[in-house]
Design a binder for this molecule. Structure first.
Ligand SMILES: [Zn+2]
Ligand SMILES: [Zn+2]
Length: 344
């Protein structure tokens, strides 16, 4: 089969090549990938600053049709439309596996960088990470299920957005924009921050319901938040950019006794003013990935048309255009590129 493969560690080394077609073990389903999205993590992997295990097929946001199942798979059958997620493998026996939070498992292995992912015609993954797609949910929408589930986990399961809250989101990537959509559904007002390169993403955030979008290079965020909150600050700030300057802004504009939700991942350790956590009596919450219930909620939100996730998709491309797809993602031209690996 054809697949986009990271061949070696370090920057670059991404090629489209013939790759062995996988076959399912006892607990796995084999999925013909119908849609697979590129995300910021894939850019980090391309640049060599995200752990990966080359040679490996990239792609961890995907959905498709089951074509074969392992002999102990009971809940899925060929022909089922499914969306699936990481972690592809866990120990199944530790505290966190038992508690239903597989992303916390020390032995977790993720598809798309540690083992083969979905930028190929087929992927095999354990049935425990698969979810049936209702007929109302298109593959285009389901391709966004992964970032949507990350947003749901952060804003609904790890913390609480209350009706009437002011929620500020710093970083208008896919998770950031979907976090804004979730905050709006919960009845909050929202401000989304970005940089000049994010112009397209900021205007998409506005189209999808953000009350205010701010280019931090052009406007003073503290003034905007002050005016929008009668001087109190934001009830919840959601750091989705993973850069130190963004955290600094978040700590500045969150109201006293407010909450900082950390969704972005930083590329290295850095200094931050933690006295703000103490002196503003902030709650600080981390959110990493999602759990089974996050997917349950996201699929229902998609089914009911409450989240129109496919509005994020700016480009649909075949795998052979992978270099272009990564370039469009990196430079901010694309809000979301989705591959259809079945198209030659
Ligand atoms: Zn992702
Ligand atoms: Zn475990």
């Amino acid at each position: 089969m054809r697949a986009v493969v990271k061949e070696r560690r370090g920057p670059g080394h991404l090629v489209l090549k013939e790759w062995p077609e996988p076959s399912p073990d006892h607990t796995e389903v084999k999925i013909a990938v119908a849609a697979a999205g590129i995300c910021g993590t894939d850019i980090h992997i391309l640049d060599g600053d995200w752990p990966c295990n080359p040679p490996v097929v990239l792609g961890h946001e995907f959905c498709g049709t089951v074509v074969e199942v392992g002999d102990s798979v009971s809940n899925f059958h060929p022909g089922d439309r499914v969306v699936a997620s990481n972690p592809a493998k866990t120990c199944g026996a530790c505290y966190h596996c038992h508690a239903g939070n597989p992303f916390m498992c020390d032995k977790r292995v993720s598809a798309g960088y540690m083992i083969d992912g979905a930028f190929g015609e087929y992927i095999c993954i354990t049935e425990h990470r698969c979810h049936q797609l209702p007929s109302e949910v298109s593959f285009r929408q389901a391709a966004l299920g992964e970032p949507l589930s990350a947003a749901v986990h952060g804003l609904i399961e790890r913390t609480t957005v209350r009706s009437g809250d002011l929620v500020l989101i710093s970083g208008p990537g896919c998770v950031g924009i979907l976090a804004m959509v979730i905050a709006k559904l919960q009845g909050a007002r929202t401000i989304v921050l970005g940089i000049t390169k994010d112009a397209r993403r900021l205007s998409l955030a506005k189209e999808l319901g953000a009350d205010v979008v701010v280019d931090v290079a052009k406007e003073n965020v503290a003034d905007v938040v002050h005016d929008f909150s009668s001087g109190d600050g934001a009830d919840l700030v959601c750091e989705c950019a993973g850069v130190p300057a963004s955290l600094e802004t978040c700590l500045q504009v969150v109201r006293k006794e407010g909450t900082l939700l950390q969704l972005g991942i930083y590329s290295r350790p850095f200094e931050a003013d933690f006295n703000k956590i103490v002196m503003k009596e902030l709650k600080m919450v981390g959110s990493f990935g999602y759990v089974w219930t996050s997917w349950r909620r996201s699929i229902r939100l998609l089914r009911d048309g409450k989240v129109k996730a496919d509005r994020m998709i700016s480009h649909e491309l075949p795998l052979r255009d992978f270099a272009e797809a990564f370039r469009l993602t990196r430079d901010g031209t694309a809000t979301k590129v989705v591959f259809n690996p079945q198209v030659d």
